[in-house]
Design a protein around this ligand. Structure first.
Ligand code: C2E
Ligand code: CA
Ligand code: CA
Length: 794
């Protein structure tokens, strides 16, 4: 096959009027394919005639003629490749396209024996570059136009040149087609640019739309979520609850709406600051999210208030155990300011459909139930009952009734004596308000004080109590009774009153009560909410000369460091500790430590709610200063209290100083005959013998007697002997503990001995000599280890 002949013509003439391409563009590329070298030559003469020193010629011509050269004399500028082989032409076309130097026009001979024929070449050319304009050169005898279009299809890229052809025909075709190609290409370029900019605009628009959508989503999120914790807010909760209700009503499922409120959150927030408060809320929120799998929704709808929507029955998350688990998760310790805090919560539950069928009523009823849970001692849960709702309505009515009560003067003050444990004498009294309602009779302050606080009526009512109590106290003093101290309760709400100190000063002046006879009782929580303000107010009280007491001590924050900063005089031990002081080692430990704490800070201690002789004896033995409680006297109307004073009622105090204690033995057994028999045997040794058939009886005896040795049976209903003696070990470590047991229990008992709960034991049945000997040893042990004098008997 002949070598391809490739020639380039000269650069475009500077005056080229017929230039088919923009001045900046390269000359159009042409391909000529013919197997006959002579034909190729003929093409060459037409398309790229040799133009020797064309520049020189131009200059000459320009010198001869004034005008520019005639158009006919000018020649269009092509770059032409002359090839003898179709296959090579196709390769060349592909390369040109790939190198971005595409061919505009191809002249292809129809008949090229020995290689590809024209049709095949054209097909291949278009495959390589579909934009190429093709001129097919054919003799009349070759193919008909029909044949050609049948094979190549109708196309505006195809022209036929019949052989033999005119030179000018070739030139015109080359010019027109390359111009067409060029225009097409420019158009395409413009189209591309246009398309590009449309794409860009579309992209920009999409982006802007996406941005707007994200913004809208964010707005939507903010409108439906709590910003601090990211939990749903009240709006979203209502939606979710509506959905849950719709679903539940269709399938007949119940739903629980659990209203969860943190206990004492305010104290943390006020004492550790809002940052710590926020950390706490976020931690709780995270923990609640963990239970989300079981819940349909969790929302935070107020400061420390969360609501959970729990569904049943196929999820079967509706059980008290689930609630308990959630409460346990909440109460796990949280580190705040490097110290662990455990925050319990109170939960109220309303059930769909029995407690309500709309989100609003369910949430409201769960809220009411939560309040009840708080009232009944925090850290627990309550289910809503219709009776609670009635109470709420009653509350609203109560406020109205309280206003009327103030106007109608229906309040009275009762007085409960406080007794000195050393002398047994009444040293003062606590003023306690009652409402003498025309229909309901005497209403307890527990029923109405909180409503009075919430409605703000407490200010007026509290001041009235203060004035009444001070006037009463002053009256008794005038009647010649020993000066008594009157204690008046002050609510947290009153602490915030700016004119409080002034008002108290005015009352003292008006009633002429010596300020030292007034004691003001405040609770820990009411001073802890704003410590600095409280200290200022309490100092002002002290400047007036009144006494200050912390009420219900032990139930609140009980922070020692704050206690030291408050100018207080008295601690009142809360009733709940006094209540089981003689039987519960924890309560006993708290009472004993409050007493010693108070004394080390030079404060006096009053134990409240003393109801039994045993409690009294325990407190007395542990050095408590004063007591107040039903055991000595209930709160009395002023006249009754006066009678008490006239009668000089006092507490019989066993000072225990007159005679050294007799050796005392306590025998505990639930079977009366055995008790009787043991008593008979051991009485021979002259001990004072006390007997008890139950642990409770035994605790009472221990509280009011000094017991040196305790014998008890291992098997007792309620509490076994080891548990009982272990408690005694904590409450009365000095009492020596002896156990009676059956043979097969010895292993367990040895364990108890090793833990120090038991001094010795006897295996039943045992003879009286062994028993007497063992008990004698126990008393000897007591004498040796405790410097207590025992009275020798006989
Ligand atoms: P508190 O200040 O702790 O008062 C002691 C309560 O314990 C009184 O209840 C009293 O009757 C009762 N109590 C006394 N001894 C015993 C006992 O041995 N056993 C038992 N179980 N209870 C005993 P009360 O009078 O019903 O008052 C309840 C609460 O109402 C008071 O608790 C106090 O917080 C509040 N309160 C009473 N009067 C006033 C007042 O004038 N102003 C204010 N702000 N609150 C008052
Ligand atoms: Ca009180
Ligand atoms: Ca109290």
């Amino acid at each position: 096959m002949d070598q391809a002949v490739i020639e380039k013509n000269a650069p475009a003439a500077s005056n080229g009027h017929m230039t088919p391409q923009p001045a900046s563009a390269a000359p159009a590329r042409l391909l000529v394919v013919d197997d006959n070298a002579a034909v190729l030559d003929a093409y060459r003469k037409v398309l790229t005639p040799a133009r020797l020193s064309s520049e020189a010629l131009d200059v000459l011509e320009a010198a001869l003629f004034d005008a520019p050269l005639a158009a006919s004399q000018s020649h269009p500028n092509f770059q032409v490749d002359y090839l003898q082989d179709g296959e090579q032409a196709a390769r060349q076309a592909l390369a040109g396209r790939n190198e971005e130097r595409p061919y505009a026009v191809a002249f292809v001979d129809m008949r090229m024996p020995g290689g590809w024929d024209g049709m095949q070449t054209i097909e291949a050319l278009w495959q390589a570059d579909p934009r190429i304009q093709v001129v097919i050169c054919t003799a009349y005898s070759d193919h008909s136009w029909e044949d050609i279009t049948n094979r190549l299809g109708w196309s505006d890229r195809l022209l036929i040149l019949r052989k033999p052809f005119e030179k000018v025909e070739v030139l015109q075709m080359a010019s027109a087609l390359s111009r067409k190609w060029m225009l097409h290409r420019e158009l395409q370029l413009e189209l591309d640019v246009l398309e590009c900019s449309v794409a860009q605009r579309t992209f920009d628009l999409t982006e802007a739309l996406a941005e707007r959508e994200a913004y809208a989503t964010q707005l939507q999120f903010q409108a439906t979520h709590d910003t601090l914790t990211g939990l749903a807010n009240r709006n979203l909760l209502r939606d979710r609850l509506s959905q849950a209700i719709a679903y539940a009503s269709r399938y007949g499922h119940p739903i629980w709406v659990a209203f969860l409120d943190l206990d004492r959150f305010k104290v943390i927030n006020d004492t550790l600051g809002h940052r710590a408060g926020d950390t706490l809320l976020n931690t709780i929120a995270d923990r609640l999210k963990l239970v989300l799998r079981e819940a349909d929704a969790i929302a935070r709808i107020g400061g420390d208030e969360f609501v959970l929507v729990l569904r049943g029955p196929e999820h079967s998350t509706l059980s008290a155990a689930t609630l308990q688990r959630i409460m346990t998760i909440v109460a796990e310790p949280i580190i705040l300011e490097a110290r662990p805090y455990s925050i319990s919560c109170s939960v109220g539950v309303a059930v769909y459909p029995s407690d309500g069928t709309t989100p609003e009523t369910l949430i409201e009823h769960a809220d009411i139930a939560m309040y009840r849970a708080k009232e009944s001692g925090r850290g627990n849960f309550q289910f809503f009952t219709q009776e609670m709702n009635l109470r709420l309505l009653e509350r609203a009515n109560l406020e109205q009734a309280l206003r009327a009560a103030i106007a109608r003067d229906e309040f009275v003050v009762h007085y409960q004596p406080q007794v000195d444990l050393r002398s047994g004498r009444i040293i003062g009294m606590e003023a306690l308000i009652r409402w003498n309602h025309p229909q309901m009779g005497m209403v307890s302050p527990a029923r109405f004080i909180s409503v009075a606080e919430e409605s703000g009526l407490i200010g007026q009512i509290g001041l009235w109590v203060l004035r009444t109590a001070c006037a009463q106290c002053r009256k008794w003093q005038r009647h010649g009774m020993a000066p008594l101290r009157v204690a008046v309760n002050l609510s947290a709400r009153q602490m915030a009153d700016k004119h409080l100190v002034e008002s108290i000063a005015a009352v003292l002046e008006e009633t002429e009560l010596p300020p030292s006879l007034l004691e003001i009782e405040i609770t820990e929580s009411s001073v802890m909410s704003d410590v600095d303000h409280s200290i200022a107010v309490l100092r002002a009280f002290k400047d007036l000369g009144v006494q200050l007491a912390i009420d219900d001590f032990g139930t609140g924050y009980s922070s020692l460091s704050y206690l030291k900063r408050f100018p207080i005089d008295v601690l009142k031990i809360d009733q709940s500790f006094v209540h089981d002081v003689e039987s519960d080692p924890d309560s006993a430990a708290i009472v004993v430590s409050i007493i010693s704490l108070a004394h080390s800070l030079r404060l006096q201690v009053i134990a409240e709610g003393v109801e039994t002789a045993a409690q009294l004896a325990y407190l007395q033995r542990n050095d408590c200063d004063y007591i107040q409680g039903f055991h000595f006297c209930r709160p009395l109307a002023a006249l009754d209290f006066e009678a008490l004073l006239f009668a000089e009622k006092s507490l019989a105090i066993d000072t225990g100083e007159d005679a050294p204690a007799r050796e005392t033995l306590l025998i505990v057994d639930d079977e009366a005959p055995i008790l009787e028999m043991l008593k008979l045997v051991l009485e021979q040794d002259g001990y004072q013998i006390l007997v008890a058939q139950t642990a409770t009886e035994a605790f009472d005896l221990l509280a009011s007697n000094q017991v040196h040795v305790v014998i008890c049976d291992q098997r007792m209903p309620g509490m076994d002997g080891i548990a009982f003696l272990s408690k005694i070990k904590n409450l009365y470590p000095a009492a020596v503990r002896v156990m009676l047991s059956a043979h097969d229990e010895s292993k367990m008992i040895i364990g108890a001995i090793n833990q120090g709960a038991i001094f010795s034991y006897f295996v039943k049945p045992c003879d009286s000599a062994t028993l007497r000997h063992g008990v004698r040893n126990a008393f000897r042990h007591h004498r040796d280890h405790h410097a207590v004098t025992h009275r020798e008997v006989h």
